[in-house]
Design a protein around this ligand. Structure first.
Ligand code: FAD
Length: 500
C-alpha cells in the first residue's frame, strides 16, 4: 500500500496551492484529480488553433504586496506567473443600456473615486463612504493578511448586512448602485444576498489593480508543475476516492481509489465542491444535521459562455477596454436572479494577449445563467445531448451576437463564435454538482465548509470555503494548510519565503 502524509482531492487552483504549500513544508503529497488533466476551472482549452480560458480571465491582488502577489511569493512561483496589468485608467467599464451610458472603471481606489464622482457629482459623500467602508472591512479581516494566524476570525457587523442594504442606505441613485455592484459578476451572488463584508473582501483586490496573466489559467498550472518537479508530489489524474476505510479513533486510515488501489495517508484534504465531498464521507461518522446543512447549500450563478475571436481590423476603438460589462437592467439583483425573464447581462472580456502572427483577438463572453435554465436536459451528458439542448445553445449564441452587435456594430464583420458552453458543460467538465461558476453561493450568515471535519484527519478547502475566485480559492488552501502544518512551522515558513 502506498503511504503519503497528505492526499489532496481535486487539482483546481485550490488543490494545486494546497499540494505545493504542504510539499514545501516537507510533506509527501498525493494529488488526486478525477479529470484527465490537472487545473480544474483554470485549465485552458484549444479550438482551431486558439486558446480559450474557462475559469480564469483576470484578477486583482497582483501588485507588489497584494494578496495574490504575497501568496505566489510564499509558494515560490511569483516569477513564473508574470502579470500583464490592465491600463490603470482604462481597465473596464459598465455600459448601462437604460441610459445608453458607459461608466469607466479604472483601478486604484483614489482614481475610482475621482472617476465616479465625475459621473455622479452629487453623490461624492456616498462614494467616499462606500470606499471607506470597503477598506475598513478589509483591514479588520485577518485572513487577508498572511501574517495573521487566525483560523476562525470573528464575524464583523458587515457580515450581517447585505451589499444592497448598504448601497440603499448610502444613495437613492440606482445608476450609482448598479455601477458599485458591477463586480457581483465576479462572485455570482445578488447584492441582496451577499454580505457587504464578503463583497468588500472580493472587490478589494480588483479595486487595487487588475491584471491578466501570461498564458491565462495555463500560466498558473505550468508554474505549479515546474515547482512540483523538485518536490515530493505525485499527481494522479483520472482517479478519485471510492471509499474511505480503516476508520479508527475518529481517523481515516486509508482510501480505496476507483482503480482499486489502496492509499494510506495521515490527512485527506478535499478541495472539491462540498456536495461532492458528501458523496465520499462515510455516513455513519457524520450527523444527519451535517448532511442536511451541506446539502442545502445553494449554488452561485453560473454562466453561458461564448468563446469567440475577432479580426483586429474590426475592433471598436470606442470600447478599447479589456472588460466591458453590459447591463440591460440597472437592478443587478434581477440580472443575477434565475427567474429573471428580461434581457440578460453580458460580460465581454477581450484578451490582452496577442499572438503576433494572428490577426484575431480572443473574446470571451459570459452571460449569467442557472441550473434552472437547463433543467430539461440535466440528465444528459456532454457529447450525447438531445437536439432540444443543441437548439437552446444555438439560440443563445444568436441572441448574444445580436446583443453584442448592437453595442459594437463594427464586430458584425470580424466576429466569430468558435465554441459555446452552458451550465451543463461546466458541470460535466469541472465535475461540479451544478455547474455554478463559483461553487457554493456566499449567502449572508451561512457557515460554509472550511477546515477539519468531524473525522479529525479530513479537511475541507476550496472556492466554496472562504471566498471564490483565484484569490479566495488559494486563500482557503493556505488557511487550511497552515492548520495542518501547525503555527510554528507556518510562521518560520512565512518568514523564509515572504518577500517584503
Ligand atoms: C466561466 C468562469 C469564469 C471565471 N472567471 C474568473 C476570473 O476571471 N478570475 C477569478 O479569479 N476567478 C474566476 N472564476 C472563478 C474561479 O475559476 C474559481 O473560483 C476557482 O478556479 C476555483 O478553484 P477550485 O480549485 O476551488 O475549484 P475547481 O477549479 O472547480 O477544481 C476542482 C477540481 O476537483 C476535481 N474534482 C471534482 N470532484 C473530484 C473527486 N471526487 N475526486 C478528484 N477530483 C475531483 C475537478 O475535476 C476539478 O479539477 C471563474 C469561474 C468560471 C466558471
Amino acid at each position: 500500500m502506498k503511504k503519503y502524509d497528505d492526499v489532496i482531492i481535486g487539482s483546481g487552483i485550490s488543490g494545486l496551492t494546497m499540494s505545493l504549500f504542504l510539499a514545501l513544508n516537507g510533506r509527501k503529497v498525493m494529488l488526486l484529480e478525477k479529470a484527465p488533466h490537472i487545473g480544474g476551472s483554470v485549465a485552458r482549452f484549444h479550438r482551431r488553433g486558439f486558446s480559450f480560458d474557462v475559469g480564469f480571465h483576470f484578477t486583482g491582488g497582483l501588485q507588489r504586496g497584494g494578496m495574490l502577489y504575497n501568496m505566489l511569493s510564499v509558494l515560490g512561483i511569483l516569477e513564473l506567473v508574470p502579470p500583464i496589468f490592465f491600463p490603470e485608467d482604462a481597465a473596464g467599464c459598465v455600459f448601462l443600456e437604460s441610459v445608453n451610458q458607459r461608466f469607466d472603471h479604472p483601478y486604484g481606489i483614489e482614481k475610482i473615486k475621482d472617476k465616479f464622482k465625475g459621473y455622479f457629482p452629487k453623490e461624492a459623500k456616498a462614494i467616499d463612504k462606500y470606499f471607506d467602508m470597503v477598506q475598513s472591512v478589509c483591514k479588520r479581516t485577518p485572513s487577508l493578511n498572511l501574517h495573521t494566524y487566525t483560523f476562525a476570525p470573528p464575524r464583523l457587523e458587515e457580515d450581517f448586512i447585505s451589499l444592497d442594504e448598504v448601497l440603499r442606505g448610502l444613495t437613492s441613485n440606482q445608476l450609482l448602485r448598479a455601477v458599485l455592484s458591477v463586480y457581483s459578476m465576479c462572485y455570482g451572488v445578488k447584492p441582496s444576498e451577499i454580505s457587504f463584508a464578503n463583497h468588500s473582501r472580493m472587490c478589494i483586490g480588483l479595486y487595487e489593480s487588475i491584471a491578466f496573466v501570461k498564458e491565462g489559467g495555463n500560466g498558473f498550472i505550468k508554474a505549479f508543475e515546474t515547482k512540483f518537479k523538485d518536490l515530493d508530489v505525485e499527481i494522479c489524474c483520472g482517479r478519485y476516492i471510492e471509499e474511505l476505510t480503516n476508520i479508527n479513533d475518529n481517523k481515516v486510515g486509508c482510501c480505496i481509489l476507483n482503480t482499486g488501489e489502496e492509499i494510506s495517508a495521515d490527512n485527506f484534504i478535499f478541495t472539491i465542491h462540498p456536495k461532492e465531498i458528501l458523496k465520499i464521507l462515510p455516513k455513519k461518522h457524520f450527523s444527519k444535521a451535517f448532511f442536511n446543512r451541506v446539502s442545502s447549500f445553494e449554488p452561485s450563478a453560473g454562466f453561458f459562455a461564448a468563446f469567440a475571436t475577432l479580426d483586429t481590423a474590426y475592433e471598436d476603438p470606442r470600447f478599447d477596454l479589456p472588460i466591458v460589462s453590459i447591463f440591460p437592467n440597472n437592478d443587478v439583483n434581477k440580472l443575477l436572479d434565475p427567474n429573471y425573464m428580461g434581457k440578460p447581462g453580458l460580460v465581454v472580456l477581450k484578451s490582452m494577449e496577442h499572438d503576433g502572427n494572428s490577426k484575431r483577438r480572443i473574446i470571451h463572453i459570459l452571460q449569467p445563467s442557472f441550473t434552472e435554465h437547463v433543467s430539461a436536459w440535466s440528465a444528459s451528458k456532454t457529447g450525447r445531448r438531445p437536439q432540444g439542448y443543441k437548439d437552446y445553445k444555438q439560440d443563445k449564441v444568436e441572441k448574444i451576437k445580436e446583443h453584442i452587435f448592437k453595442i459594437f456594430p463594427s464586430y458584425k464583420k470580424g466576429f466569430e463564435v468558435i465554441e459555446a458552453g452552458s451550465v451543463l458543460t461546466f458541470k460535466d467538465y469541472l465535475n461540479s454538482p451544478d455547474g455554478a461558476a463559483y461553487g457554493v453561493k456566499q449567502i449572508m450568515g451561512q457557515f460554509n465548509l472550511l477546515g477539519r471535519l468531524s473525522l479529525r484527519n479530513l479537511y475541507a478547502a476550496g472556492q466554496s470555503s472562504v471566498l471564490p475566485g483565484i484569490i479566495g480559492a488559494m486563500m482557503s488552501s493556505i488557511v487550511v494548510g497552515r492548520s495542518v502544518v501547525g503555527k510554528n512551522q507556518y510562521q518560520s515558513f512565512l518568514s523564509r519565503n515572504l518577500c517584503d
